[in-house]
Design a protein around this ligand. Structure first.
Ligand code: GDP
Ligand code: MN
Length: 404
């Protein structure tokens, strides 16, 4: 799961990371009071930031033609007029695709006088099985570019998960960023806070780009997380009720949300043969075998270990709401699952959705004879497959025949 920048900064602040003074605004009516508070706190500039689950907002363009999803304005009025141009409009960045993302929340922030922009991230290095902190003096820009052209400018520190971050490791990173004096101490504190956030939230990644050195009004310099991105490990979300509440369904694909309500793992793909399978491994093998016989899978769909009639019906509805789907292959291996439950579910789903495209079913395992009998006696048009390859060939052929 991903969360918005303003939510990421709330989590960071809880773990002692310095963030700018900022207030989220969900409607235009919220913008002026927020901007007034920022101005009253002494900030000459008011920054208006589009909140979408995609990066590259600063350089993005709204579909209306308005340039920039992050704007530094010079007055409350200008902040409000900028907000008017952002809220409710689609912002296209290099991470959103051509359709863009509709901006439904803004972050109203104090304007910082930026002296330097760094990059700092914590993630899991799967190759060594340890958390990895990456830092670079080349912040504010595309880190992929830095990694591709000047990889020596990315400093890496691996953390022993049993011990956690050691102060000397945070000092190594601060040193690599060229920090000195008070700034060095602020940097060490911030780096430890960022690592703690990653660990305590069970995050997959925490990324600050930029982590900025800013100049305060008295001329002193300090460091703040100017932009933050956090993605969470879904498997650990059950431990974090507060973070679960940060989920923003506006940012997720509608079919995938529907699927998650029924505990279905659904991912839409580009082909025209839908698959309904139990178990992720079998689902992948099914996609492979469809491709092997010249077809293209329309989705990945794992109904899990104990699919109910309701789940099967929901799965059919989700599959059928993709207009590209021209045929369905159901491939179920009944280990724990009773094949007859699946067969009953399929028959009910076919009737309820008034299915009008070819459906090939391959059942195997627990109570399969009964399942096959249910299908045969149902009176609905179902093509049965005896083996996985037989079923895959049949669905590819049936879809091709309809294409003619
Ligand atoms: P992104 O484009 O989605 O990565 O959004 P960022 O939050 O990183 O903002 C883009 C750029 O806007 C940053 O790299 C900064 O240069 C600039 N920016 C963001 N906040 C401020 C601010 O408070 N003051 C100033 N002067 N610039 C800012
Ligand atoms: Mn950024």
């Amino acid at each position: 799961m991903n969360i918005h920048e303003y939510q990421a900064k709330q989590l960071l602040a809880r773990h002692g990371v310095a963030v700018p003074l900022e207030i989220p605004a969900k409607s235009l009516a919220d913008v002026r009071p927020a901007a007034e508070k920022i101005a009253a706190a002494g900030s000459a500039k008011v920054v208006v930031k589009s909140q979408i689950h995609a990066g590259g907002r600063g350089k993005g363009t709204f579909k209306t033609g308005f340039q920039g999803g992050v704007k530094v304005t010079s007055s409350v009025d200008e902040a409000v007029s900028t907000a008017e141009k952002m809220l409710g409009n689609a912002l296209v960045t290099k991470q959103t695709g051509a359709e863009g993302r509709c901006v439904k929340t803004l972050l109203i922030s104090e304007g910082a006088k930026i002296k330097k922009e760094f990059y700092l991230a914590v993630l899991l290095d799967r190759a060594v099985g340890r958390p990895l902190i990456m830092a670079s003096t080349e912040g504010g820009v595309d880190i992929e570019e830095v990694a591709a052209h000047t990889p020596e400018k990315i400093f890496k520190e691996w953390i022993d998960p049993a011990v956690g971050i050691m102060p000397f490791q945070a000092r190594n990173i601060a040193d690599a960023l060229g920090l000195k004096g008070d700034l060095f101490n602020a940097g060490v504190k911030l780096i430890i806070g960022v690592y703690k956030t990653w660990w305590e939230c069970d995050a997959a990644m925490v990324e600050l780009n930029p982590l900025a050195v800013i100049e305060l009004k008295d001329g002193k310099e300090t460091m703040v997380a100017l932009d933050a991105k956090i993605s969470l490990d879904d498997n650990a979300l059950y431990r974090h009720k507060d973070i679960q509440e940060m989920r923003d369904l506006n940012e997720e694909a509608p079919l995938e949300i529907e699927a998650s309500k029924f505990n279905l793992n659904y991912i839409k793909l580009d082909g025209n043969i839908a698959c309904l399978v139990n178990g992720a491994g079998l689902a992948m093998a099914t996609m492979d075998i469809i491709q092997h016989f010249g077809g293209m899978p329309a989705n990945f769909l794992d109904v899990g270990g104990g699919a109910s009639k309701e789940q099967v019906t929901a799965a059919f509805k989700i599959i059928l709401s993709d207009p590209n789907v021209k045929g369905i292959l159901v491939n179920i291996f009944g280990g724990i699952m009773d094949c007859n439950v699946i067969a009953t579910g399929i028959v009910a789903a076919v009737k309820e959705t008034q299915l009008h495209i070819p459906l090939v079913v391959r059942l195997e395992g627990n109570n399969v004879a009964m399942g096959k009998k249910t299908l045969a006696e149902s009176g609905v048009a179902i093509i049965t497959g005896d083996s996985m390859s037989d079923a895959a060939q049949k669905v590819v052929k049936a879809v091709a025949a309809r294409g003619k």
